[in-house]
Design a binder for this molecule. Sequence first.
Ligand SMILES: *[C@@H]1O[C@H](CO)[C@@H](O)[C@H](O)[C@H]1NC(C)=O
Ligand SMILES: *[C@@H]1O[C@H](CO)[C@@H](O)[C@H](O)[C@H]1NC(C)=O
Ligand SMILES: *[C@@H]1O[C@H](CO)[C@@H](O)[C@H](O)[C@H]1NC(C)=O
Ligand SMILES: *[C@@H]1O[C@H](CO)[C@@H](O)[C@H](O)[C@H]1NC(C)=O
Ligand SMILES: *[C@@H]1O[C@H](CO)[C@@H](O)[C@H](O)[C@H]1NC(C)=O
Ligand SMILES: *[C@@H]1O[C@H](CO)[C@@H](O)[C@H](O)[C@H]1NC(C)=O
Ligand SMILES: *[C@@H]1O[C@H](CO)[C@@H](O)[C@H](O)[C@H]1NC(C)=O
Ligand SMILES: *[C@@H]1O[C@H](CO)[C@@H](O)[C@H](O)[C@H]1NC(C)=O
Ligand SMILES: *[C@@H]1O[C@H](CO)[C@@H](O)[C@H](O)[C@H]1NC(C)=O
Ligand SMILES: *[C@@H]1O[C@H](CO)[C@@H](O)[C@H](O)[C@H]1NC(C)=O
Length: 486
Amino acid sequence: MERQRSFSFKPTRILLFTFTIFSSILFLSTFTIWLTKSTTIPSPLHHHQILLHFNTSSPLTVHSLTTFTKNNLTLTKTPTLIDNRLSRSQKSFTGSKSEAIEHHRVVASNANFSSMHGNGTKVKEVGLVGKSQVSVFMKIEQKEKIVKGCDLTKGYWVFDESYPLYNRDSCPFIDEGFDCEGNGRLDRNFSMWRWQPQGCDLPRFNATKMLELIRGKRLVFVGDSINRNQWESMLCMLLGAVKDPKRVYEARGRKITKEKGNYSFRFLDYQCTVEYYVSHFLVHESKARVGQKRRPTLRIDAIDHGSSRWRGADILVFNTAHWWSHYKTKAGIYYYQEGTVVHPRLNVSTAFRKALSTWASWVDRHVNSKKTEVFFRTSAPSHFRGGNWNSGGHCTEATHPLTETLNSTYPEKNEKNIIIEETIKQMKTPVTLLNITSLSEFRIDGHPSIYGRKTPSSKIQDCSHWCLPGVPDTWNELLFFHLQSK
Ligand SMILES: *[C@@H]1O[C@H](CO)[C@@H](O)[C@H](O)[C@H]1NC(C)=O
Ligand SMILES: *[C@@H]1O[C@H](CO)[C@@H](O)[C@H](O)[C@H]1NC(C)=O
Ligand SMILES: *[C@@H]1O[C@H](CO)[C@@H](O)[C@H](O)[C@H]1NC(C)=O
Ligand SMILES: *[C@@H]1O[C@H](CO)[C@@H](O)[C@H](O)[C@H]1NC(C)=O
Ligand SMILES: *[C@@H]1O[C@H](CO)[C@@H](O)[C@H](O)[C@H]1NC(C)=O
Ligand SMILES: *[C@@H]1O[C@H](CO)[C@@H](O)[C@H](O)[C@H]1NC(C)=O
Ligand SMILES: *[C@@H]1O[C@H](CO)[C@@H](O)[C@H](O)[C@H]1NC(C)=O
Ligand SMILES: *[C@@H]1O[C@H](CO)[C@@H](O)[C@H](O)[C@H]1NC(C)=O
Ligand SMILES: *[C@@H]1O[C@H](CO)[C@@H](O)[C@H](O)[C@H]1NC(C)=O
Ligand SMILES: *[C@@H]1O[C@H](CO)[C@@H](O)[C@H](O)[C@H]1NC(C)=O
């Protein structure tokens, strides 16, 4: 009797119960559809994107990442995937959260991921992928974090067969020192890695767009041979968008050699120039009498005399680092000069800081920040193993990026980078730091090693410069990113 009563519902109760169930389902469906839309439809503030990470030991997982949000970057890599997901989701939503997640998985496994990350098997070797696979819905809670933007300096390299962005046959501007393939390096895999920041994508370099950005302008690189490396990379990448290569030429007909450092390439169709001026220290290399001898000195209080050529540029990309070595600065003994005083002894950090402050004063005085954008590229790491550049150090055996960065043979770079950062902060002119140090640190495989010359030297390897096409192309993708974000 008692039992029977508990089973006998009154009609009003049944009605109430049904209504509650029904409205719960309705609410859940609406809520889930709303959630999905807010993750998939790009709003002016944030773009969302689905990336697939290939994990050979588990099924494919959807990895929802958000791009840099300060600007309206268009992500061209996965539009079909996003469209797919959106339309299918809308068609067959059943209203349950967990089913929705399952649904994404199904769509994802139908997608063509081979065209996105190239050969996925390579991803695993970098070893940094897959640590933070998060489902679409969990990511929403982190919106706050995402809006703050994305650190392009943190990430990993992904093997991507759609790279490199040019090849040596299509670019006559690669000089011997960087022409690894021309000097006999056969494996080209080192040129097929793409930098993948954590939490966003670095847009692929678009030469047409870059040329449009610099139309009628002067893009000027100033610095040591590693800036020449980056400048040659820029020339090669831009040439890809020029129909008639004859309409690109050096203003005074100069051929690129490593001995000279005074070049201005004109892109006629865009009325712009892409220039390079060598300046090892950015300050003036001089000579002074010390005792009986005239010695080479470095005027850390005077800007490089070539600075008149930098003036009036629209985009300036500076660097200096490698020449501030014990060896090249005479160990700081009777080398650094201020006014008429040649310091008997000065340590590198002190001298570097003074020189940078000289540079900073020059920029603040001579650069019109309304017209000119200023960049400073941080130190590029060297990768000599088993010795220094002049004592048998080598890197020729490296065919893959490092999975983690080891101690490089150039530890001073971090100290220099800090000085650069501190100097920039005190300037009146806004300067963008092109922080390429960490991402390049992985790329032990990117150096010319024995392929920096047609006839290799048996002893000396080049583990400081970079093969082209190669790592400096990524630095230019970063530069491109910053320019198009303005
Ligand atoms: C972003 O897009 C919106 C809408 O299309 C536009 O109004 C805005 O100017 C864009 N912002 C930038 C920085 O391009
Ligand atoms: C996937 O994309 C690659 C490269 O774009 C293409 O060659 C291949 O045919 C595509 N496969 C499928 C199944 O669509
Ligand atoms: C991907 O890499 C693996 C191992 O390196 C190789 O066997 C395979 O042929 C590659 N696939 C493609 C499509 O290049
Ligand atoms: C791949 O997935 C498995 C299982 O989920 C996980 O244990 C492993 O760490 C993942 N591998 C990588 C490289 O993320
Ligand atoms: C280069 O990559 C291809 C495809 O992934 C692979 O088959 C080959 O073994 C790699 N070569 C070297 C020298 O690592
Ligand atoms: C490159 O930029 C140009 C000009 O902005 C644009 O028309 C073109 O579609 C872009 N190419 C790609 C592949 O995004
Ligand atoms: C660069 O070339 C110009 C024009 O030929 C010349 O006036 C200038 O002195 C040169 N600068 C350097 C640093 O060689
Ligand atoms: C360089 O000299 C400064 C000032 O004398 C000192 O504070 C700093 O520790 C020195 N640095 C090195 C690396 O010797
Ligand atoms: C890196 O350098 C530090 C300090 O110089 C040293 O203690 C450490 O063992 C080094 N690590 C490796 C992997 O060489
Ligand atoms: C450059 O980026 C790396 C990696 O995020 C970071 O550790 C380093 O502090 C940055 N350097 C500067 C000078 O900002």
